[in-house]
Design a protein around this ligand. Structure first.
Ligand code: NAD
Length: 368
């Protein structure tokens, strides 16, 4: 396989995606948000949830008719501090951004705001929405359900999504505190990345129906949709390394994302209809914003967040370990490295963009 990488300017790639979304009927305002969320992931090195998903998740679903390009954003219940939104199977990034905007506005007025969502679609990397609150001097939290992938502890059937619960807190450092990850040992985007790179899966990530580890990346991605493979919960198989804690966290996210908004859950998110054909995956999310100044001085809070993180990084290292990180730090390092380089395109990604360019007859300066 051609492993060579071409770096391409962030703004050009973002514009390409904006144009692509618009060309298949996504209104300009929504297209701009969707492209911005995707490129933000690549800027931070979250390559599993960036431009690599532009075609295979979003465009392909719109082409297949399982996701609507134009969002009908309906607020079905609204109070000063809470709201329930129905996204009517529109564009998940756009729905999520508007929901977090609402939560932030409520928090600004009343100290806290929470918005829950039903019938949304895949919203990408969760940090984007938590970070919106951080940029307003607030704590942000978001959860989303996802297609069932994780087997419960002692099970082998994929039942619960990779369900991230992502928090963001402002800090006096150059980057916020931002633990942003799935509640499974790994997540589908990373399997897709391994697939694009032609790499086998390591032990510990995926089990088959016999409960044994699987490594055949491409077939695993197919079998996950047929109940023949499952991801392990955070903590891993069985109880020895407390996989039941990851299972419990994934379940908490499923409940927060679906029970308050009365969204679909678990097997209803398989993306396969009774006729075996692709069907909409209508997800639930939750968004929480907390106004820090209603509790303490914002600068004092930021200093304490920074101080706790600094003390952790300065603590005694394991023999041979070069560095202790805190959540959000690696993404900042990646941004520092990439900001003048852009997005790394490998051969499969170039091919996907070329297909889109030809199919939608896009005019731009991308060389593939
Ligand atoms: N929309 C969805 O359905 C969905 C589902 C699952 C995951 N996701 C997204 O996928 C992305 C990647 O998720 P993931 O589970 O692969 O994340 P990951 O395993 O790559 O972990 C990334 C997080 O861990 C932190 N981290 C990494 N190494 C660290 C260390 N040594 N010390 C301290 N912190 C460290 C990072 O700063 C970051 O916050 C996230 O943006 C997540 O929101 C989305």
């Amino acid at each position: 396989m051609d492993e060579s990488v071409t770096w391409w300017n962030f703004d050009e790639v973002e514009k390409f995606m904006r144009d692509g979304f618009e060309a298949i009927g996504v209104p300009a305002e929504e297209a701009a948000v969707c492209a911005n969320v995707l490129i933000a992931a690549d800027k931070r090195g979250v390559d599993s949830h960036g431009v690599g998903r532009f075609k295979p998740i979003y465009l392909d679903r719109i082409w297949a008719g399982t996701q609507l390009p134009k969002t009908n954003f309906e607020v079905v219940k609204d109070t000063p501090t809470t709201a329930v939104v129905d996204g009517h199977n529109g564009m998940g990034h756009y729905i999520a951004k508007r929901c977090m905007d609402m939560a932030i506005e409520k928090a600004d007025k009343f100290g806290m705001g929470m918005v829950v969502t039903r019938n949304s679609t895949h919203y990408g990397a969760a940090f984007y929405y938590a970070n919106m609150a951080v940029e307003r001097g607030m704590i942000g939290m978001t959860t989303t359900s996802a297609r069932p992938s994780i087997a419960p502890t002692w099970g082998v059937e994929p039942m619960i999504g990779t369900n991230p619960m992502t928090w963001g807190m402002p800090s006096d450092e150059a980057f916020p505190y931002m633990p942003d990850y799935a509640t499974s040992t790994t997540q589908r985007g990373k399997l897709e990345l391994y697939d694009r790179l032609g790499k086998d899966l390591p032990d510990g990530w995926v089990i088959g129906e016999d409960g044994k580890y699987r490594h055949d990346t491409h077939q695993v991605l197919i079998d996950l949709t047929k109940d023949k493979a499952a991801l392990t919960p955070l903590g891993g198989l069985g109880e020895d390394f407390s996989g039941y804690k990851g299972y419990g966290n994934a379940l908490t996210v499923e409940l927060l994302s679906s029970a308050l908004s009365q969204a679909n859950f678990m097997k209803a998110l398989m993306g396969v209809g009774p006729d075996g054909k692709p069907a909409p995956i209508e997800l639930g999310h939750s968004f929480l914003a907390i106004k820090i100044e209603n509790f303490c001085d914002l600068e004092a809070f930021k200093h304490q967040v920074g101080e706790i993180n600094r003390q952790l990084r300065a603590s005694k290292k394991a023999p041979g370990a070069k560095r202790i990180y805190t959540p959000g730090e690696k993404e900042y390092d990646t941004w520092m490295f990439r900001k003048d380089k852009g997005v790394p395109f490998n051969a499969p990604l170039k091919a996907a963009f070329k297909t889109v360019k030809e199919k939608l007859n896009l005019k731009n300066d991308l060389p593939f």
